[in-house]
Design a protein around this ligand. Structure first.
Ligand SMILES: *[C@@H]1O[C@H](CO)[C@@H](O)[C@H](O)[C@H]1NC(C)=O
Ligand SMILES: *[C@@H]1O[C@H](CO)[C@@H](O)[C@H](O)[C@H]1NC(C)=O
Ligand SMILES: *[C@@H]1O[C@H](CO)[C@@H](O)[C@H](O)[C@H]1NC(C)=O
Ligand SMILES: *[C@@H]1O[C@H](CO)[C@@H](O)[C@H](O)[C@H]1NC(C)=O
Ligand SMILES: *[C@@H]1O[C@H](CO)[C@@H](O)[C@H](O)[C@H]1NC(C)=O
Ligand SMILES: *[C@@H]1O[C@H](CO)[C@@H](O)[C@H](O)[C@H]1NC(C)=O
Length: 339
């Protein structure tokens, strides 16, 4: 079990980019969008944020990254060590791999030139990501860290399933109160003079895993739109995130990019069986294989493997040893770790 998680995280850490050009690490459109509320359209005195448009959701992340930058400055230059990078980079990966397009194929959402930036409400990935983008944004508004007030903007509704989402602070506290609280805890902790990197990781991953609970069960009906292999990946991915969270994977700009090199570069077809998927790198094939193995073990042990893993990873020393051993094993640099 432990070995499998090692393989998983290890594979993901192996491909640390040797690219000193930070620009090449940013998610799509990052440098073309503004990180301010004034970058949204104004209507009746309120900025209209449409999370069903790729660049609008990305703008929320840019605001978050920009406003939290001061709290990560002591860990490295250029906001590179900001742990919130994991979120826009994952969203960017979803976009470039076609995972935000309408999987039913009944609309052009996410496909044609004119509709390329459309984020489909039918997409499982887009629905889950809503709770990892709009949610942290609203919690950050609520905590005051953004200097933005709730009256300044409005979140647009999706074309369907309105009641499964939430659109403002009070609404979201009602739908997913615990998740809002866990994000608030993260933003409050960040502002403490005594906050440290390990503590930030702990609170971030607590908020991240909490964010998945509701959407992973609320959007199970979306599985019907995907191939069997993609569904397995979606399910096993949600499980793997729990293990990665317990190991406090540092979601910095560099690390997350390396991590994503191991993820499938397109939607999976029914015929895609790892480790023999043509046109996937061996890393991508290995990662899929490890995810499957991890998902199987998790199921077989009735999730007690996760409990065991959490106990194992419960000390900073163990997490350090785990990540370092892997780096050493793979001969990858360890210099961009901050414990
Ligand atoms: C990101 O990683 C690359 C390659 O490992 C390194 O050269 C660069 O300095 C890193 N950037 C930061 C800001 O740590
Ligand atoms: C960095 O990469 C970006 C995009 O790949 C490119 O446009 C830019 O010119 C590069 N900058 C440098 C200094 O190499
Ligand atoms: C945040 O945004 C302001 C205003 O656009 C800009 O001057 C600043 O450099 C940004 N900070 C970071 C870390 O991106
Ligand atoms: C928040 O959203 C709910 C549901 O969309 C709405 O009924 C409520 O009036 C909104 N509250 C505020 C303060 O805008
Ligand atoms: C692999 O890539 C080649 C060239 O781009 C393409 O012709 C082929 O159909 C791809 N194979 C699969 C299984 O996607
Ligand atoms: C994970 O992958 C395995 C093997 O492909 C599959 O049997 C299982 O249903 C997937 N999902 C979960 C939740 O384990």
């Amino acid at each position: 079990m432990v070995v499998l998680v090692w393989v998983l995280v290890g594979c993901l850490s192996a491909a640390v980019a040797e690219d000193p050009n930070l620009s090449s690490l940013y998610p799509p459109f990052w440098e073309d969008i503004t990180g301010q509320l004034s970058g949204f359209d104004l209507e009746d005195g309120k900025y209209i944020i449409n999370p069903w448009e790729f660049t609008d959701r990305m703008k929320l992340y840019k605001i978050l990254l920009n406003k939290t930058a001061p709290y990560f400055a002591k860990y490295g230059p250029e906001n590179e060590q900001n742990l919130l990078w994991g979120l826009p980079l994952q969203f960017g990966w979803q976009y470039t791999t076609g995972r935000l397009s309408d999987p039913t194929g009944k609309t052009t959402c996410g496909y044609e030139i004119l509709d390329e930036l459309c984020v489909s409400v039918n997409s499982w990935w887009a629905d889950v990501n809503y709770f990892l983008s709009v949610l942290p944004f609203l919690a950050a508004v609520d905590s005051g860290i953004l200097g933005i007030s709730s009256d300044e903007f409005r979140i647009s509704l999706p074309p369907l399933d309105e009641s499964r989402f939430c659109y403002n602070v009070s609404d979201c506290k009602e739908l997913v109160g615990e998740t809002m609280d866990s994000w608030s805890t993260f933003f409050e902790y960040m502002q403490l003079p005594s906050s440290d990197f390990d503590g930030l990781l702990k609170h971030l991953w607590a908020a991240h895993t909490s964010s998945l609970e509701y959407p992973v069960s609320a959007f199970e009906d979306r599985y019907a739109y995907y191939s069997k292999q993609e569904v397995k990946f979606e399910e096993n991915w949600s499980i793997a995130v729990e293990y990665i969270a317990a190991a406090y994977f540092p979601t910095t700009l560099n690390r997350t990019n390396s991590f994503q090199k191991g993820l499938p570069p397109r939607l999976l077809y029914d015929t895609d069986i790892a480790p023999l998927i043509a046109n996937f790198t061996s890393l991508q094939n290995q990662v899929l294989l490890s995810l499957t193995a991890l998902g199987d073990i998790h199921k077989l042990t009735g999730s007690s493997s996760l409990t065991a893993w959490k106990i194992l990873m419960s000390t900073k020393f163990a997490r350090e040893q785990f990540l370092k051993a892997f780096e050493a094993y793979l001969g990858a640099p360890t210099s961009d770790f901050n414990f």
